[in-house]
Design a protein around this ligand. Structure first.
Ligand code: CA
Length: 239
């Protein structure tokens, strides 16, 4: 069996064993780490995991710190992370997204719910692998990824290389929250915290160039941005 590999990071031994058992039954391969340091070590072993299931409260370093480090390492930068937290406060969610977690579940959760989340995240990760030389269409926006050209309805837009990458990243991850840090990582390829304003500036410019279709990009205050899941507007709204 060659299912995807899940790294389970969980210090509660019973829970770790239950997860291991159930995920293997669901067809996945697993690797288990019981603290943060071990998680970082095991995340770098070949093959690199396809998903990391990361408990927030660990005996040595916190789950958020583990996530931050995974995002800083070239080899694990793109591995989806599902944060597992016992606390459901909004603040934890925001913190999780800021360090680059892709999703979170709140303890106690059902194994069924968890496997559905894992499935969804693996599907999205696959969809993220940009199909080179294909066409992306979202509402009135059409992107030719081979020639790097973009149209709004029948009008061609003039985007910089960076704006182009930002737009394709947004479209490929439509419906998903993109924090400034994640965008900096994936679009600019840098990790500088001080430069998050740069993201805002470029998103603003991209939105202006998209004209009325700029509404496809939503701002989530204090968190980041999200490209709409579905285009509600297909043509320029009547004045
Ligand atoms: Ca724990």
């Amino acid at each position: 069996m060659s299912g995807e590999l899940i790294l389970i990071v969980e210090d509660e031994r019973d829970l770790a064993e239950t997860l291991e058992y159930n995920l293997e039954r669901a067809g996945y391969r697993t690797r288990v780490a019981s603290d943060g340091q071990q998680a970082l070590r095991l995340s770098l072993e070949e093959p690199v995991p396809d998903v990391v299931l990361l408990d927030l409260m660990l005996p040595d370093i916190s789950g958020t710190e583990v996530c931050r480090r995974l995002r800083q390492d070239e080899r694990t930068r793109k591995v989806p992370v599902i944060m597992v937290t016992a606390k459901g406060e909004e603040i934890d969610r925001v913190v999780g997204f800021e360090v680059g977690a892709d999703d979170y579940v709140i303890k106690p959760y059902s194994v069924r719910e968890l496997t559905l989340r894992i499935k969804a995240i693996l599907r999205r990760a696959r969809a993220d692998e940009a199909p080179a030389g294909s066409e992306l269409v979202f509402g009135a926006v059409r992107v030719d990824t081979a020639s790097h050209r973009v149209w709004l309805e029948n009008h061609e837009l003039s985007l910089t290389a960076l704006e182009f990458k930002l737009l394709t990243t947004f479209i490929m991850r439509k419906g998903r929250v993109q924090t400034r840090e994640v965008l900096l990582n994936d679009v600019w390829g840098i990790h500088a915290h001080v430069m998050t304003r740069t993201v805002d500036t470029h998103v603003k410019r991209l939105r202006e160039k998209l004209d009325w279709a700029g509404v496809y990009i939503e701002t989530l205050r204090g968190v980041g941005y999200r490209f709409k899941e579905e285009p509600e507007l297909l043509t320029k709204p009547e004045p």
